[in-house]
Design a protein around this ligand. Sequence first.
Ligand SMILES: [Zn+2]
Length: 448
Amino acid sequence: MLITNGRVLTFGAKHQIIEDGGILIQEDKIIEVAPSHVLEARYPQEERLNAQGMLVMPGTIVAHTHFYGTFARGMYIPGPPMKDFPEILQRLWWPLDRALDEEGVRYSALVPIIDAIRYGATTLIDHHASNRFIDGSLDVIAEVVEETGVRAALCYEVSDRDGPDVALAGIQENVRFIKKAREMNNSRIAATFGLHAALTLSDETLDRCVAEAEAIGHRGFHIHAAEGPADREHSLAVYGIPTIDRLAQRGILGPETIVAHAIDIDAWEMATLRETETWVSHQPRSNMNNGVGVADIPTMLRGGMKVVLGNDGFSNDVFEEMRVAYLLHKAERRDPRVMPADQLLQIVMSNNAALAQQFFGQTMGRLEPGAAADIILVDYDPPTPLTIDNFPWHIIFGFDGRKVDTTIVAGRILMRHGHIPHLDTERIYARSREIASDTWKRYLTLLT
Ligand SMILES: [Zn+2]
């Protein structure tokens, strides 16, 4: 397939805008990037996809999300407003994940993946929980990933919160699925070892997870840590050391591990995350919603830390998450120079891509020969000149996911002119409403 007539933003080492640019795709890879007329002359027989002057750029990547949170939208939570993060976990997320059955897991993955295709997010790193349907739950999500055509890295969040049998089942689900993902050898499905959060995992369980991962030759975990004051207070009260120190002692950190949030950490914990080359995932919309504080991302970036951007289950519109990050840190620091758009774009296009490359073993986040053909066409008509230098500010002040016209993953067109031909989205949404309604009823019975 030959994409023609686009304003191609290449990203990567030789980041440039190719006006009236084209991209040759064969199977799931980019073969050549050049002006349209050059490629048209060279490959006259190739099937064409006319970009009609739209921006052509790599699909976006979500570093931390939760498909399973889909049915929380509009859900009634009895009682007074939740006063802090532990209450949000106990009254919203934990009974909701217990209420999910197989069909609940399937549809709670289908809906956000449809959103991802619409908004141009081509790769998602998910963190799953459904504590009354654990065994095989990652297979159900993998089937949805397979059917919808996106790329996803999956894991199950092990936790002691529902007792030792449930913790063990979570461990087994990670081990089983990591092995299965290797055997599947599917370039769009990857696996890692999920852990819920430092505050719901005992030392014994963490040690068990490390041992089980080692036994199958797997490196790296995906865990929440220091998401608000409760995690730090719990760690100090029960273990006598701060959260990140404890995770380091237990062997959880490292270049393949993702720590989501890292808000309530001190300078030495930040240094530990840096020394261990651990990925730190930032989710500003979620942090604001939960009232858990603001991660010191500007300082982490100053230290060259591996910061990535996730969404924690908010919409898969990465441009929206970028905009919130852009505003939040300026407000918090009272300094309009903090978190400039070009730095933010570096996080999203370069760091998120480097993380995804670890999972999928291919070049991502750039349009160049040999890279994954994960490409979006954005129908953005700039009212001011758009250049390679000011493009990040066009994103912050002019973009949103709804401007994405075409989404391509691994060389397959998943959406064209806003239409997703292989998915009956109306039927999926209608069925999702029915399943959500049943899930909400079960949720109320499971609320303790
Ligand atoms: Zn999360």
